[in-house]
Design a protein around this ligand. Sequence first.
Ligand code: SF4
Length: 184
Amino acid sequence: MKTSIDLTRLAGRIGPLPNVASERTRHLRARTAGVKATVSVCPYCAVGCSTLAYVGDDGKLLDVEGNPDSPISGGHLCPKGSAIFGFTVNEARWTTAKYRAPYGTQWEERPLEWALERIAQLIKKTRDETFVRERTVNGQNKRVNHTLGIASLGGATFGIEENYLLGKLMHSLGVVSIENQARI
Ligand code: SF4
């Protein structure tokens, strides 16, 4: 490797250079060696740093790292972006919802399907109870077709398509309080 650093002088201060490596270390290969990288984008915030996702022949995600070709970040990822792989492939990740019933004192494990169904039922109930067809504005009845009983706060892991669908869903329900943590 060509370098403008005076290795002899540096070695006098920090030890042998280049670094001593065992035979075994010299033959070690990264788990992504020879694996095709797919260009993707960090799902977390509106900065939109580009990533490289390595997927093995068996379809399993092997690693995610910053894309050096990214004009935004030049291959760097912030701590959130650096954690994409651990967030995705992680045995400790929760796969159930924690539910505490009204007036309950204990958290209960519930399947995600159960949680989605409950959320859907509560949205329907709240909308039915709070939907307003008309309001009187300056003495005139105006068609509003909205509910002020529901608000939507999207997460930063939403991408363009998910935010589009969420916006469609909320507008079709008559929800007007819609916000997102980051507008990708
Ligand atoms: S969360 Fe971090 S890595 Fe991801 S897009 Fe934002 S700044 Fe980039």
